[in-house]
Design a protein around this ligand. Structure first.
Ligand SMILES: [Zn+2]
Length: 129
């Protein structure tokens, strides 16, 4: 299904293609805890930035591998490029237009112990490897 979303002031708008039920990663790292970010990982070919590319600014910390993008006007991080999935975008589930209508299952991600959490997730995503 096609779903749209974006930031609070609506300068940043995107469209994604998803197949519910979707898995949401609830991460406990320092920045996700502060922002209440609930991750919906979307392959980049299923993500389209519709508007607001010029409104985005970025923030990096720690390893600098994740590029945290947020709107310069309203400050909302509606999506970004995650360290865990560099070929994908992580969309904030709360920033979708109608998240209540999407069947979703939450799964914890122990971002405070990032390397171990990423390994565990890789096993779940590809159990045969
Ligand atoms: Zn905004």
């Amino acid at each position: 299904m096609k779903v749209e979303g974006g930031c609070h002031c609506r300068k940043v708008r995107f469209a994604i293609e998803i197949e519910p039920p979707v898995t949401l990663l609830a991460c406990n790292c320092s920045i996700c805890t502060m922002t209440g970010f609930l991750h919906l990982i979307v392959p980049q070919e299923c993500f389209t930035l519709v508007a607001g590319g010029e409104a985005l600014t970025s923030y990096r910390f720690g390893t600098g591998k994740a590029e945290h993008l947020f709107c310069q006007t309203c400050g909302v991080k509606s999506f970004y490029r995650p360290r865990s999935h560099p070929e994908s975008f992580s969309v904030s589930f709360h920033c979708l237009d109608n998240p209540e209508a999407i069947e979703a299952v939450e799964q914890p991600f122990d971002g405070r112990n990032w390397d171990a959490a990423r390994q565990l997730l890789a096993k779940q995503e590809a159990p045969d490897t």
